[in-house]
Design a protein. Structure first.
Lengths: 472, 324
């Protein structure tokens, strides 16, 4: 019995995904829930487990291709028929226990070691590294594990009203672009489809298209991730290709970061404020409590929770900094959801510590550790990188004195932390050696003025320098 | 026309009905000399005398029992429960006897049971209840819960003139907080008819009593965001005006139900079922509820504020629906 493998929906607003790597080759055996391929979407990168046990019979969507969710990307032949029709794999049907054990050890299958190595070799050229740990669960519950039943309108998210209108007006819902929550086809969408009579048409092309000019001596077009990119090229392309060079396609994540950065700089007039804080007290506190903290809580004690706590104080005092801009409206967020930039070997992701204002010190530390770990293991859920209201980035961990970050939209500000180091500073007309840190704030001048930004920074600084809260 | 409070409107209804029909009498605790705990019956004793304005001992079962007897004898009693919470004392009489009398013996009971209900005034768990659903679940009764002075007067008159038992809930938070110009002539408001308080195209908010005002305030704010909410005021909970509810849902395709009663077993669940049965193919989103939490009404003012649904709760739910 053949099972279709589909592109899962990784989050409500996601409508397409790019296959970055197949972890199995056609003809290879795969266990149910064993990682089968890796995908990259607007929100997260993830390994997708196999919906069934059997033999990967066919790959319909190759690496680098971007397809809508629910598209059949491959076919798995069920274990029974595989045994009958495909004698190729030498050792089929390993005992269940053995298979389980292997799954726990590594994501690549062990039944065909040479092939698996070949797959690994392929992977190095595909831009995305396989994650160190297996991810046997789908990141979002939707679709992946359940074999798809029928294509067509039943897979389109809509509502009873929309389905009735579609039936009455003979409209193919798969052709109606959905703008409701989670890409749902809403009443508004189907009414406009009925009005335009354009039910068969595609969604309108993005209004911001890349320049079409191509030099005559066109270099190999960017291959790989074909996610719609809106990145423009700053100078004529022929001026980039000279001397000795090699060209590599950006990973989808890289493209998304690039797009987001360009968009943020275009949308938000950035202003920067710099301050410094004397964190000698915190450094002492940390070195005193580090071991006890780790022993009693099982969590490492880092500086980040101190800065989040201080930022939350600042955000509560100056809610404008914790807002978003919607045209001529300012959306004030009551929650302090703090995005923390996490550097990955293959890019950057900003998981969000939700409701930081409700968490105590230990809660913050745990949340940070958990998010960072899962970010590196590609096991973040889509909602964990959404709904941030403010962000913090820490170029200091790489030794940076300070950084001037780009705002992560739709926030209006981002706090940059420099490296903590001892510096000579003037204290009461004497020169003292203190542990200092540069704090930088990049903020959106549409809504945040310098006065507010500096008062915010003053609050953060004061909180850090006069830390009183218990951390255990 | 003069500006009158809901409390005064209720007093006028009782006064005018007693003037109009000598068989209308009132009975309850402290309603005579004292004029009622909230002064709803102030001045009645002076005008109509001891025989028609009857003070009782502190015994709700005595009040309801006497009222049933009076109604069998051709009177039309209006029984006041000093706080509607204590109607629970008469649960057996009302659900087993009053509600079934007409059905079982062909003996209609033309009585009104009325009293102050609802929270928001820091009355604590014994003086803030919304016990309407015990009775909405009892065939044979009619249950009214008005939100305006005009409706309170017109519906109470209809209730007094009705030949069957009617429960009339008066939200005490609204007693003196709302004022309206009322017509001076004799008018009634029909039992069992909801009313659209505000027209809208994007979602329907079905509500009643104090939450009607909360919902209207929320609707005004939603309008600033471009979300036009239609607000349907039920006015009568039993019989439920399904037609008006369904009409509105078919127009806006989205339904939010807001009530001050607690969540589980509240009328929101019933209304959601009505919408599913009668307008499933017109729904463009989930049916959402904003209600009080499943808890006794807390004594502590901050806790009570947390317990009661408020405008922000309505806004959040409406925005959620608008996203669909």
């Amino acid at each position: 019995m053949a099972t279709d493998v589909i592109m899962p929906q990784m989050g409500e607003s996601i409508f397409e995904g790019t296959i970055t790597k197949w972890l199995k080759k056609p003809g290879e055996k795969v266990e149910r829930d064993e990682p089968l391929f890796e995908i990259s979407t607007d929100k997260v990168d993830a390994e997708i487990p196999s919906p069934a046990a059997g033999v990967l019979k066919e790959i319909k969507v190759s690496e680098g291709q971007t397809v809508p969710i629910q598209t059949v990307v491959g076919v798995i032949d069920g274990a029974g028929s595989a045994a009958a029709s495909a004698p190729a794999p030498a050792k089929q049907e390993p005992p269940k226990q053995e298979a389980r054990q292997r799954e726990d050890e590594k994501p690549a299958p062990a039944s065909a070691p040479t092939k698996s190595q070949a797959a690994k070799a392929d992977a190095s050229t595909a831009g995305t590294q396989p994650s160190a740990q297996p991810a046997p669960r789908p990141v979002a519950a939707t679709g992946a594990a359940a074999p798809p039943q029928r294509p067509g309108t039943e897979k389109v998210r809509s509502s009873p009203l929309v389905r009735r209108l579609a039936k009455e007006n003979n409209i193919d819902l798969t052709q109606v672009p959905g703008t409701g929550a989670g890409g749902r086809v809403s009443k508004k969408d189907i009414l406009s489809a009925m009005e335009s009579g354009a039910a068969g048409q595609q969604a309108p092309a993005p209004s911001y298209a890349p320049p079409a000019q191509r030099p005559a001596t066109a270099p190999p077009p960017p291959s790989g991730g074909q996610a719609q990119t809106t990145l423009e090229v700053g100078v004529p392309r022929e001026r980039m290709y000279f001397g000795n060079y090699s060209v590599e396609p950006m990973s989808v994540m890289r493209q998304k970061i690039a797009e987001h950065m360009v968009m943020s700089k275009r949308v938000s007039p950035h202003v920067y404020s710099i301050d410094e804080a004397d964190v000698t007290g915190l450094v002492k506190l940390r070195s005193q409590k580090k071991e006890e903290f780790e022993r009693t809580t099982g969590s490492k004690l880092t500086f980040m929770p101190f800065f989040i706590r201080a930022a939350v104080e600042g955000l509560r005092a100056f809610p404008t900094v914790n807002s978003s801009v919607d045209g001529t409206n300012i959306v004030f967020h009551r929650e302090c959801n703090i995005g923390i930039a996490v550097a990955l070997d293959w890019g950057l992701i900003v998981p969000v510590v939700k409701n930081a204002e409700e968490k105590n010190f230990l809660g913050l530390q745990r949340a940070i550790n958990d998010l960072a770990e899962r970010a590196r293991a590609k096991r973040l859920k889509p909602e964990e990188v959404q709904e941030g209201t403010f962000s913090i980035t820490n170029p200091g961990v790489f030794g940076g004195l300070m950084g001037l970050p780009v705002i992560s939209q739709p926030n209006v500000a981002i706090l940059g932390l420099g490296t903590i180091e001892k510096r000579p500073v003037v204290v009461d007309d004497a020169i003292a050696i203190r542990s200092m840190v540069y704090l930088t704030l990049s903020y959106d001048h549409r809504v945040v003025d310098g006065a507010i930004a500096h008062q915010f920074m003053g609050k953060v600084k004061h909180f850090l320098e006069n830390w009183t809260e218990s951390i255990l | 026309m003069a500006q009158v409070t809901m409390l005064e409107a209720i007093r006028q209804a009782i006064f005018e009905e007693m003037e109009r029909d000598p068989s209308v009498v009132t009975i309850g605790e402290d309603i005579g000399v004292y004029g009622g705990a909230f002064k709803v019956t102030a001045g009645l004793l002076e005008r109509f005398g001891w025989e028609r304005v009857i003070d009782t001992p502190i015994s709700e079962t005595a009040i309801i029992g006497a009222a049933v007897g009076m109604s069998y004898q051709g009177l039309r009693p209006i029984a006041e429960l000093q706080f509607i919470d204590f109607i629970a004392c008469c649960f057996n009489q009302i659900t087993n006897f009053v509600a079934k009398s007409h059905y079982r013996w062909g003996a209609p009971v033309p009585m009104v049971m009325r009293g102050p209900s609802g929270g928001g005034v820091h009355g604590g768990p014994f003086h803030s209840a919304n016990p309407e659903m015990y009775f909405v679940h009892t065939p044979g009764l009619k249950v009214i819960y008005p939100s305006t002075a005009y409706d309170a007067k017109g519906l109470l008159k209809s209730a007094i003139r009705d030949n069957n038992p009617v429960l009339f809930f008066e939200h005490k938070f609204l007693y003196r907080r709302i004022k309206e110009d009322l017509p001076t002539d004799d008018y009634t408001v029909p039992i069992g008819k909801a009313i659209v308080r505000r027209e809208g195209r994007d979602l329907t908010i079905v509500t009643y009593a104090a939450m009607m005002h909360t919902s209207l305030e929320a609707a005004d704010e939603l309008a600033k965001e471009g979300i036009e909410a239609e607000v349907v005021d039920l006015r009568t909970l039993l019989p439920l005006d399904k037609e008006t509810i369904l009409q509105s849902v078919k127009k806006t395709n989205k339904l939010l139900i807001v009530h001050e009663d607690t969540r589980t077993g509240g009328i929101a669940g019933e209304i959601a079922a009505v919408a599913c049965e009668g307008a499933f193919e017109d729904l463009d989103g989930p049916i959402l509820r904003v209600t009080a939490k499943d808890s006794p009404v807390p004594f502590s003012p901050p806790l009570e504020e947390r317990f009661l649904p408020n405008k922000n709760d309505v806004l959040a739910a409406a925005r959620e629906l608008a996203r669909y």
